[in-house]
Write a protein that binds this ligand. Sequence first.
Ligand code: GDP
Ligand code: MG
Length: 184
Amino acid sequence: MAFYGEEDHGQDYLFKIVLLGDSAVGKSNLLARFARDEFFPNSKSTIGVEFQSHKMIIDGKEIKAQIWDTAGQERFRAVTSAYYRGAVGALVVYDISRRRTFENVGRWLNELNSHSDMNVVTILVGNKSDLKDSRQVSTEEGKALAETQKLFFIETSALDSSNVTAAFKTVIKEIYDILRRKVF
Ligand code: GDP
Ligand code: MG
């Protein structure tokens, strides 16, 4: 239970959620869009782990999502076990305009599984849905992979904001629902 809730920090629940996926798929921009409604056209990944907190209210309870960004570690295949520790949710992101990033999703799921001793609520995120003309992965393929792996699925654009909030909220809401089912 300690993983899910910390009653002594002013909020009712604290959920750690991690962003995963290849370099340049848009992880940092998804987080910036969600947490601060910002977008960076030419973002450079910085080294080191960073996270952003985002508060929301569900059923009158204050939930703080602490969302971790790889901040460039993934470029050197050096995402540390500290990054995964205690995570209860994950967004595994690929770029719909770069097939290779979709092919690597399995690797990220394996990494996540090997670092977690519990079921992490995971959503597969096909980002850059605004790049319609250079799409290399169809929505159906994304959906099919998510179904086989029993993941939620959504396509997003950090550029035009579409579905960004929904992607994060789907994970947060599901974690909350699982927790409620365990408590009551
Ligand atoms: P990260 O390495 O996964 O954190 O990816 P970044 O967030 O740094 O984004 C990599 C590049 O893709 C940057 O140039 C972003 O501006 C661009 N980018 C991120 N999200 C989108 C998106 O939804 N649509 C488009 N067209 N570009 C994006
Ligand atoms: Mg980044």
